[in-house]
Design a protein. Structure first.
Length: 119
């Protein structure tokens, strides 16, 4: 299963961006889709994830970012509002689920997309 991320770019503080992450290939069911960020020499940090049970956000983005999902398109979106310079990072999307009815699983990562927020 391949993930294609898009939507990164440069924006001024207070602005908005929307990231998209589309899954393709052998996708039977997606259990979780999420976004993580990585700062230089730091581990991956949860931004947001979405499951059938609901959503979860990192503390630094609560109230500003919203994750949503279009199941028919196997696509997740991250609406990023009120962006701050500290949101500047490479954002990675992740999805896990099953490739077929025999419950062969996958856990895939998309290529990173850079978000730059200037003051």
């Amino acid at each position: 299963v391949q993930l294609q991320a898009s939507g990164g770019g440069s924006v001024q503080a207070g602005g908005s961006l929307r990231l998209s992450c589309s899954a393709s290939g052998s996708v039977f069911r997606i259990n979780v889709m999420g976004w993580y960020l990585q700062l230089p020499e730091k581990p991956l940090e949860l931004v947001a994830l979405i499951t059938a049970a609901g959503t979860r956000y990192g503390d630094s983005v609560k109230g500003r970012f919203t994750i949503s999902r279009d199941k028919a398109k196997n696509t997740a979106y991250l609406q990023m509002n009120s962006l701050k310079p500290k949101d500047t990072a490479v954002y990675y999307c992740n999805a896990d689920g099953f490739k077929d009815g025999n419950y062969n699983s996958f856990d895939s990562w998309g290529q990173g997309t850079l978000v730059t927020v200037s003051s």
